[in-house]
Write a protein that binds this ligand. Structure first.
Ligand code: SF4
Length: 273
């Protein structure tokens, strides 16, 4: 097996996997002139938010270089779900990450020696991101190496003109619109910003006719239950109550709240970084 240090012809590929989130986007901007041969890839689940696709188009124009879209054997989420007889992924059984994010990336790299660039910041060194078990893929952490923290990342995005993803107005992370790592308030955000996508997400939920077991995206309730007017009001009140506890002396806007660290509830870094 070839390793990063044992390249047959001496060449090493440099690849940055974008998620559509702020940190990997800022890293792409930061690395643009530092490593001109850097390859940019995006593992597309076909279930991302429209804002994410728009954000990536904006980034591609800035980079002046194509972002290669990767898929598992050309398949998106729906085809893979069918192959699993409708068994929805969950935090415990996260087949989606494996098939839609990790495998397409590893296949794209193959056995080539490769440096994989990861946007974890200096103020979150406890996070690891995606680390391949393949010995030819070596993770690189330029933000940690340069001591760059969250304020630096926001500055990089603002100075480039790209800014933060617009979904930060109501959601904390990139990834599929139905991602099961969403907080209740983010489901409400989906309901209010993309009612069509909320309805599509609800369409995936089902009850096993034999066992009566419910398969829902959000814990302990279906999206039909969550979208009830009284329940939505309850979720908003609870969210506001939590924010008032967390609020710093300087008031934070909603976009700042959602762009803040999510390390206490990390979700899946390969999808959300
Ligand atoms: S964003 Fe969520 S649902 Fe989509 S692949 Fe990642 S973990 Fe799975």
């Amino acid at each position: 097996m070839t390793t990063v240090d044992q390249s047959a012809n001496g060449s090493v590929r440099h690849i940055l996997s974008l998620s559509g989130g702020k940190d990997s986007t800022a890293l792409a901007i930061y690395m643009k002139d530092r490593i001109p041969e850097l390859e940019y890839v995006f593992c597309d689940t076909e279930q991302e938010l429209p804002e994410t696709y728009d954000y990536l188009k904006k980034l591609q124009a800035f980079l002046g270089k194509e972002i290669t879209v990767l898929k598992y054997d050309g398949k998106g989420f729906d085809e893979l779900l069918m192959a699993r007889r409708g068994f929805l992924p969950s935090p415990q059984v996260r087949w989606c990450t494996d098939y839609l994010k990790i495998k397409p990336f590893e296949k794209h790299v193959g056995d080539d020696p490769c440096h994989s660039y990861i946007g974890i910041r200096a103020d979150e060194p406890h996070r690891k991101g995606y680390i391949s078990t393949k010995p030819n893929i070596r993770p690189q952490y330029p933000f940690i190496d340069a001591g760059l923290k969250k304020d630096d990342i926001v500055r990089i995005l603002e100075e480039s003109g790209i800014g933060l993803p617009t979904y930060y107005n109501w959601r904390s992370r990139s990834g599929c619109y139905f991602c099961f790592f969403q907080q209740k308030i983010e489901w409400v955000g989906l309901l209010e910003n993309h009612p069509d996508l909320f309805a599509q997400a609800a369409g995936y939920e089902r009850t096993d006719s034999e066992t009566g077991e419910r398969y829902t995206w959000s814990q302990r309730e279906s999206l039909a239950e969550l979208s009830d007017t009284n329940r939505v009001a309850e979720i908003k009140i609870e969210h506001a109550r939590r924010q008032s506890f967390q609020r710093r002396p300087s008031d934070r806007t909603l976009v700042e709240v959602f762009a803040a660290d999510t390390s206490s509830d990390e979700g899946c870094l390969i999808c959300h970084l």
